[in-house]
Design a binder for this molecule. Structure first.
Ligand code: ATP
Length: 263
């Protein structure tokens, strides 16, 4: 098993303040990680490092065996799939869902003159189908609901056959049905042995799909806990992470958390 991601003593400092503070973390091939933490904790900053878009102020980062700073990021990036809100804003709203997914195969956000291979189109249709988007192939991306947009972005991220898949709050803004539908689909992906290693940022333990194996908890840029989910996703760790008394429970293969009542 090889390391997919390795951060050693990584800090990101802006305006004299560490957004990520001496983080050491490694993700091994096949693992599925959840990053949990309150608003402003540094979760997206960590994902931006993992996607090679942000270089740390200090420390070293290895992504898919390549050292950040010593590798051409344009060769590295196609090996990483990213589904996040920031990307959604960069995609042309007038482009169809199918085109939106297809353009990922060529590492671009809009389609110009490139001719797509039939095999690419088949792949795009297959990923969209797995995410329940078959009925929307010809719809314009900009007209999709938030849930439909998120599922399209995940299909898009899978297009390049990435070795590492990064999901930034995939269930944020979804209604209960939409969340549960997405969690089921992510669960299927997480348990697929051929699926890439995965890192998902979330605010809610209810959004952790079955099949996720590890959790990293971060608060004010510092890692509070990192390791196997059954070991680290405890009431104690979660309470420290979010800064109030919380009780976390496992129900079957899902998680729930509640604050303790005020006395
Ligand atoms: N370029 C920047 N310059 C200064 N501060 C920044 C910059 N980018 C992010 N920050 C700050 O760094 C902190 C961590 O941001 P980050 O987006 O990583 O948090 P997060 O855990 O993803 O938060 P959320 O859950 O709200 O999305 C925040 O306080 C944010 O305001």
């Amino acid at each position: 098993m090889s390391e997919v991601l390795e951060l050693l003593d990584v800090s990101v400092v802006r305006d004299g303040r560490p957004l990520v503070d001496q983080v050491s973390w490694s993700v091994t091939e096949g693992e599925r990680w959840v990053i949990l933490g309150p608003n402003g904790a540094g979760k997206t900053t960590l994902l931006n490092i993992a996607s090679s878009y942000l270089f740390p102020t200090t420390g070293t980062v290895q992504i898919l065996g390549e050292k950040l700073g010593g590798v051409d990021v344009f060769e590295l990036r196609p090996r990483i799939g990213i589904a996040g809100i920031a990307l959604a804003d960069k995609l042309p709203p007038g482009q169809t869902v199918l085109r939106t997914v297809l353009t990922a195969a060529y590492g671009m956000t809009a389609h110009w003159q490139e001719s797509y291979e039939a095999v690419d189109e088949e792949r795009a249709r297959a990923f969209l189908d797995r995410l329940g988007m078959t009925e929307y192939l010809d719809r314009r991306f900009g007209t999709l609901s938030e849930g439909e947009r998120k599922r399209t972005l995940i299909a898009r991220a899978m297009m390049t056959d990435p070795e590492l898949l990064l999901l930034d709050e995939p269930a944020a803004g979804l209604d209960l049905g939409g969340r549960e539908d997405l969690v089921r689909r992510l669960g299927r992906l997480a348990r697929d042995p051929y699926a890439p290693s995965m890192i998902m940022v979330t605010h809610h333990v209810e959004e952790i799909a079955p099949g996720f194996t590890h959790v990293l908890m971060i608060r004010q840029g510092k890692v509070l806990a990192a390791g196997p989910i059954e070991q680290e996703l405890t009431s104690r760790n979660l309470s420290r992470c979010f800064g109030l008394p919380l009780v976390v429970e496992r129900q079957g293969d899902r998680w729930t958390a509640q604050g303790l009542p005020l006395t």
